[in-house]
Design a binder for this molecule. Structure first.
Ligand SMILES: [Mg+2]
Length: 335
């Protein structure tokens, strides 16, 4: 299909420029065929360390006629946000986050409400957002997909003013994220082991959810506020989530015998979590969760503790995102 982002369209314009002397200085054509300025922001410590190969992969798979690129490495937590802001100030048009959902979170925070688009090369452990958007989990495939990706606007969320791109929440998943914090070994096995540990340890807590004008009291094992559908590893916590509808998918796992949570894993992995009888599901653009004492929470898989209300607000269409063409009909889930 011939679209402004497609190679065919670009080739056509180059042909027009070369074939017709009068078109040689056509500003529209010159702008359309000019290589875009892209910077890859790499967290050298994230995930499975596959990103060490990033430069080789970019050299090999990025379309160098369409993009001129730089690579910046982060040196400390929060640095990716500073680098993303610098990229905006320096006139880059695309910033690619190389890492997991935590790295994407930091980069996105520097790009909100700007004209600079976010691309993703998954190099984390779970890669929930990359999977949702159709980038897959392989570095080389993601770079190839960037070559023809289409720019869309996506929603982000904020929890007590701090943005998140994929999922944030309280409870069991917050405990898993806290257990993963400061782990040098990432990847599926450590994540799986800590999920089992958290699943055996976490005790459901009374929560009040203020949602759509209602007050709901529930003993909650998890409350996940989802913009994207997946935690990562194909764990589909909110299979109905779309990233451009201005709404969160709020998924509550109520208190239940622990064996029921473990027995529900197949339905979670196959996008059928809403069939479980201990699951409640809501759609809203704003939510307040009240739960006494210290609570385990997470932003895009980065764990922390919080004491006090949790106020989730929607930041509709606040982030430009490059979406692989194979999945352009689904800024919502790809499955
Ligand atoms: Mg949504």
């Amino acid at each position: 299909m011939l679209t402004p982002e497609s190679d065919g369209f670009r080739t056509l314009l180059i042909h027009m420029r070369d074939a017709h002397p009068v078109e040689r200085n056509n500003p529209f054509i010159l702008e359309a065929i000019r290589p875009k300025k892209v910077v890859f922001i790499v967290n050298p410590n994230s995930g499975t360390r596959m990103q060490a190969k990033i430069k080789d992969n970019i050299e090999r798979y990025l379309n160098h006629r369409k993009f001129e690129y730089g690579i910046w490495y982060t040196e400390r937590p929060g640095h990716a946000t500073e680098l993303a802001r610098k990229a905006v100030a320096d006139g880059f048009e695309i910033v690619v986050a190389v890492g997991g959902d935590g790295s994407i979170n930091e980069v996105a925070a520097g790009l909100l409400n700007t004209n600079v688009a976010l691309g993703i090369v998954p190099a984390g452990s779970g890669n929930g957002l990359a999977m949702h958007l159709g980038y897959g989990r392989k570095i080389e495939d993601a770079i190839k997909k960037l070559n023809s990706a289409e720019c869309k606007l996506m929603d982000c969320g904020a929890l007590n003013g701090r943005p998140f791109v994929n999922v944030a929440g309280i409870g069991f998943d917050g405990l898993v994220s806290n257990l993963m914090q400061n782990q040098t070994k990432r990847g599926f096995i450590p994540y799986f082991i800590r999920s089992i540990k958290a699943g055996l340890e976490y005790i459901s807590k009374p929560c009040e959810l203020l949602i759509n004008g209602e007050s709901i009291h529930e003993n909650c094992f998890v409350v996940t506020v989802a913009n994207g559908s997946m935690y990562g590893y194909n764990v589909s916590i909110a299979p109905d989530a779309r990233m451009d509808d201005g709404l969160f998918s709020v998924v509550v796992l109520k208190e239940a015998p622990r064996w029921q949570y473990f027995m529900a894993m197949p339905s979670v992995m196959t996008g059928k979590i809403f069939n479980e009888n201990f699951v409640r599901h809501y759609s809203t653009n704003e939510l307040i969760i009240k739960s006494k004492g210290d609570n385990y929470i997470h932003f895009d898989g980065e764990g922390s503790m919080h004491n006090g209300d949790l106020h989730f607000t929607m930041l509709p269409k606040s982030l430009k995102i490059l979406v692989p063409r194979e999945a352009i009909y689904s800024v919502s889930a790809t499955s």
